[in-house]
Design a protein around this ligand. Structure first.
Ligand code: DP6
Length: 408
């Protein structure tokens, strides 16, 4: 058995559009930040036994089918690279050629709600590939692992590293050069604080996969974005990250998120991922950034209404939280479950109880000063940049029972 834990990531230069659907090859490079796995990650245990008649997988305790092409690609590519494994103490020896015949059981769980639309597939698929690689003693080549994870879900290839990550689109038809590379690790720029607003939504969203297919087929803006805008933006973003230049970083991040959503609107039929709450958050941040004369916070939105807000430091993150909690107070008045992750930010913002939230002054950025939108945000997550995948060595934390071979 092997257990691994893999973080999720959020793109600051978005991937939107494939040039090859089967191999998952993108139409442009993308750049992401990896989030702290303590707050947002997938944990996966993979077990192998000659007594397993087939490959099986359980996600958050429920069995799911592995018959999909993407799972099959990941399993096939990892098995191809499997090497001999020996544990003399346990008396286990698996020869290279045995891996083709042996079946695996996979149990995976996310430490955040899958339904919240927070790139759970990125963390999950990257974790599957990383952990299978450990079990099958695959050579540690992170570029190659990223190209296998890519075939599970495009954005998963960026979860193979911590810190700041670039997915290079590559040029080759076989996809061998479409891999992720680390631009800088999580310690490079550790002032940044990330606050995620999980926005309440009843709407069933268009999946990224089908949304981007429609955009590629119908949006003229997507062609212009991929060929002209993103190549220069990626260079500027790499510079901004290298120099810890928050002003450029924030401007590029916001502009790229907005252009991605503009491409969605430019798609036929148009795709709406953001909602009124998302728009209110954008306008709050835009007005604040404008009044300060230089950006304090960057915002970015994926294929859903949740806002990912990146503050330049803890002080700005605390101020941001005050503004957000004024506009979006908790519905059931329970502050401790309304902000999860790094709860210490509440203390920094002077918010020790719900009465402190009630006493907050109206942010000057609001259109109508005393307007509040209780219930429009489900909860907030406070996080930071984090490290890449790790092996969980403690066997007690494995998700599969070593006797039954089934999820615990
Ligand atoms: C908006 O990686 O979920 O989050 O490759 O079809 O599985 P597939 O799509 P997916 O798309 C993510 C799109 C995005 C932007 C990004 O993460 O870069």
């Amino acid at each position: 058995m092997a257990t691994g834990r893999t973080p999720t990531n959020i793109a600051v230069i978005k991937y939107w559009g494939k040039r090859d659907e089967a191999l998952i090859l993108p139409v442009n490079d993308s750049i992401s930040v990896t989030l702290d796995p303590d707050h947002l990650s997938a944990t996966t245990t993979v077990a192998v036994s000659p007594s397993f008649p087939s490959d099986r997988m359980w996600l958050n305790g429920k069995e799911i089918s592995l018959s999909g092409g993407r799972f099959q690609s990941c399993l096939r590519e990892i098995r191809r690279r499997a090497r001999e494994f020996e544990d003399e103490k346990k008396g286990i020896k698996i020869k290279k050629e045995d891996w083709e015949k042996l079946h695996v059981h996979i149990a995976s769980y996310n430490n955040f709600p899958t339904a919240a639309g927070l790139a759970s597939s990125a963390a999950g698929l990257a974790c599957l590939v990383f952990t299978l690689g450990k079990l099958m003693n695959v050579k540690e080549d992170y570029g190659e692992l990223s190209s296998i994870a890519r075939q599970g879900s495009g954005s998963a290839c960026r979860s193979i590293y911590g810190g700041f990550v670039k997915w290079c689109m590559g040029k080759k038809d076989d996809g061998s050069d479409s891999i992720a590379v680390q631009l800088a690790d999580e310690t490079h720029w550790n002032d940044l604080v990330i606050i995620i607003a999980v926005v309440s939504s009843k709407q069933k969203e268009t999946s990224s996969t089908s949304g981007m297919r429609d955009s590629v087929e119908t949006s003229p803006l997507l062609q212009y974005r991929a060929q002209t805008v993103v190549p220069s933006r990626v260079l500027k973003m790499e510079e901004a990250i290298k120099n810890q230049d928050f002003e450029s970083f924030a401007k590029l991040t916001c502009a790229d998120s907005n252009q991605f959503h503009a491409v969605c609107l430019d798609t036929t039929p148009p795709i709406f991922y953001m909602n009124d709450t998302s728009h209110r958050i954008i306008s709050l941040v835009e007005k604040w950034n404008h009044s300060e004369g230089t950006p304090q916070v960057a915002y970015t939105f994926d294929a859903g209404p949740n806002a990912v807000l990146i503050a330049r430091n803890r002080k700005t993150a605390a101020l941001l939280l005050q503004k957000l909690l004024y506009c979006f107070p908790p519905q059931d008045r329970d502050l401790s479950s309304y902000l999860v992750g790094d709860k210490s930010i509440l203390g920094d913002a002077g918010l020790h109880s719900i009465e402190d939230v009630d006493a907050l002054p109206a942010p000057p950025e609001m259109k109508i000063p005393d307007q509040k939108f209780k219930g429009d945000v489900s909860y907030f997550i406070c996080s930071r940049l984090g490290a890449g995948p790790k092996v969980v060595a403690d066997e007690n934390q494995a998700l599969i029972d070593s006797v039954t071979g089934l999820p615990k």
